[in-house]
Design a protein around this ligand. Structure first.
Ligand code: HMG
Ligand code: MG
Length: 300
């Protein structure tokens, strides 16, 4: 098992994209800046997607323009097509992410095209990014289950992950979009996908709907994965995955990893403060057990 683990913070995008209340640009920027200041080296900052489909991400250009970028920190943004890519390039994004799904129904609901069509849309995006020196990350959603089709076979995941990798993505993030998978299933899925993509180029993206995310991360770590997506204060869900809860909380992941002797480079106390701050801003109790435990200990 590797000694250091990369955390890809997705709260400002995957977390906030699902919020119904309006969140102003200043709050989004402060969130991203606080996360970077807490030692996270990758903070997904937004998405250049249709504002009709995901209104909360509409101001990503303003967020990117306002953000004080820290040295050595990457701020990826989602780009589903060339229009999104043009927005990302104008915003001087250092990294973009293209996003496919292992389920046909989810692909249609999420990006309004089939899986095969999505690959054709992504190809010119990746080509343009390569020319412009912008890094490309790839996502595969629904790797352990789909809100519309139920169980998804690993046979649908591995070739798609391989296609994105072969297209030029430096990393493929495997999304349990509805947080339904278990450690045994995650392990089997990673083993199958690792035949198409080097395991060191895989990332785990576990939502925590069924409370399985930490166990799934541990199973993936044992298989050689060393990059994980997580969301401060477990923010989020997906607008096209009804009932899905947020990603696993960054605070909980960092607590587990650092407590197991694995380095993340993140400052747990600063993350907890940031998680409590954004939870208060959004008017809800923080779901991170680590944050709640620390808060209770402070109040004794
Ligand atoms: P469409 O309606 O098929 O697009 O949407 P279109 O090409 O037919 O264009 C229709 C209109 O949208 C046009 O405007 C375009 O200009 C505009 P109009 O002429 O009607 O005024 N448009 C855009 N506007 C802004 N940015 C763009 C863009 N593209 C077209 N990039 C589209 C197709 C992909 C755009 C749409 O379906 C969309 O934006 N989907 C985004 C969905 C999304 O963001 N989902 C959440 C992220 S995925 C996720 O959360 C999963 C993940 O976390 C991993 C996991 O958990 O599994 C990554
Ligand atoms: Mg997600």
């Amino acid at each position: 098992m590797t000694n250091s683990v990369n955390i890809v913070e997705v709260g400002p995008r995957d977390g906030l994209q699902n919020e119904k209340q309006t969140i102003d640009v200043a709050t989004k920027v402060e969130l991203i800046e606080r996360l970077a200041a807490a030692g996270l080296k990758t903070v997904e900052a937004g998405a250049f997607v249709s504002p009709k489909w995901v209104p909360q991400m509409a101001a990503t250009d303003d967020v990117m323009a306002t953000l004080k970028r820290a040295q050595g920190v990457s701020y990826p943004v989602l780009t589903p097509n060339m229009k999104g890519y043009e927005g990302a390039r104008a915003a001087r994004a250092d990294t973009i992410a293209i996003f496919a799904a292992a389920s046909e129904s989810f692909s249609q609901k999420n990006i309004n095209c089939s899986i095969a069509e999505s690959l054709e849309r992504f190809r010119p995006v990746v080509e343009a990014a390569k020319k412009d020196g912008i890094k490309v990350r790839g996502y595969v959603s629904c790797v352990l289950g789909c809100p519309y089709e139920g169980k998804i076979s690993v046979g649908a995941v591995a070739p798609l992950a391989g296609a994105l990798y072969d297209m030029g993505c430096y990393e493929i993030s495997l999304g349990d979009t509805i947080g339904i998978g278990t450690a045994g299933e995650a392990r089997a899925m990673i083993r199958a996908v690792a035949k198409a993509v080097p395991v060191t180029a895989l990332a785990g993206h576990f939502h925590d709907t069924y409370g399985q995310a930490l166990a799934n991360i541990w199973a993936a770590l044992e298989e050689g994965v060393h990059t994980f997506d997580s969301s401060i204060s477990g923010l989020g869900g997906c607008p096209y995955a009804p009932g899905a809860s947020g990603n696993v909380a960054t605070e909980d992941v960092v607590y587990m990893l650092e407590g197991s002797g694995l380095e993340t480079g993140a400052d747990l106390d600063a993350l907890i403060e940031t998680g409590l701050w954004i939870s208060e801003k959004l008017g809800r109790a923080p779901p991170s057990k680590v944050a709640l435990a620390r808060q209770a200990a402070r109040n004794v």
